[in-house]
Design a binder for this molecule. Sequence first.
Ligand code: AKG
Ligand code: FE2
Length: 354
Amino acid sequence: MATDFKSIPLIVAFHGADISPLLANWDDPNMAEDKGVAEVVRQLDQACREAGFFYVISLTISSASFSIRQCIVIKQKGHGIPDSLVKEVRSVTRKFFDLPYEEKTKIKLSAATGYRGYQRVGENITKGIPDMHEAIDCYREVKQGMYGAFSNPLEGCNEWPTNPPNFRHLMEVYISLCTDLSRKIMRGIALALGGSVDELEGKRAGDPFWVFRIIGYPGVSCGHDMANSDIGCGAHTDYGLLTLVNQDDDITALQVRNLSGEWISAVPIPGTFVCNIGDMLKILSNGLYESTLHRVINKSPKYRVCVAYFYEPNFNAAIEPLDVCIENSGGTKKFEAAVYGKHLVSKILTNFVD
Ligand SMILES: O=C(O)CCC(=O)C(=O)O
Ligand SMILES: [Fe+2]
């Protein structure tokens, strides 16, 4: 939202590049001195300032059809999420949503399940309006009394379907790989903000919470009542640090708002994640980075699948602007400290009607 961007910047991972990559050097304490890393960090900074959204690509460059001039280059080694797994995650998601409602609702989300599980189309609410999507919501486990009273609503284990049979295993492997990838990207963002490599670890996000949404958006001809709303997911910002969106390759539906209020499509690029920054990173950066408004409208006749992984701070972290960001943004602290878990719980409690 910070500028009038007209497209989402691209960050590319590919074989054979001679630029030393952020992802291959992520655990090197001196990684900031690597020229290749410095270039990635510069471009991450630009993407976060201008759009708050960027693509990360895991294809070989020859199979990607876009202008290399726009790309931020990261070598593939160390990326860690095979494209076959990324696709399989969408494929089992589609199989689950294809099941009859009676089957899906066996893992129904409710206050009693810690807001984990399946929700039907229209059950999730954004700013008072039902969203035209169905979903399975998952969160990192919260044990009873783990963080005190404020975490009570989220206590519980995830509700996984038994059909398709490999669903849970696949998703858990995927979540773990998304956590690793996000941590590496956040190291680049920490440097981009002028902090140390581990600025966004330890008490801030050394033990990161995660949120995981498995989402299906009916197409316009799928028989759902579109009279009330054709919005798959209403305009919102994400709550945490960094989101990795794994979307269908053939449907353009995710839209991102720029400074003048235009909605810019995050056109799918096969083999990529769309990444965006959340409210907690906006606070940490003292507003240098914006958590950009986005929404989803599926105007296609086809059913759209999206699997969104959200990398978050420690659940009980008090998040406030980094000193270096206050200095770099005029010296005034623009946000008071916010406890991440409280922010999350307050959002979740307004997302559902009883
Ligand atoms: O469906 C998408 O592309 C994005 C979904 C989203 O923005 C969210 O779940 O926060
Ligand atoms: Fe979102």
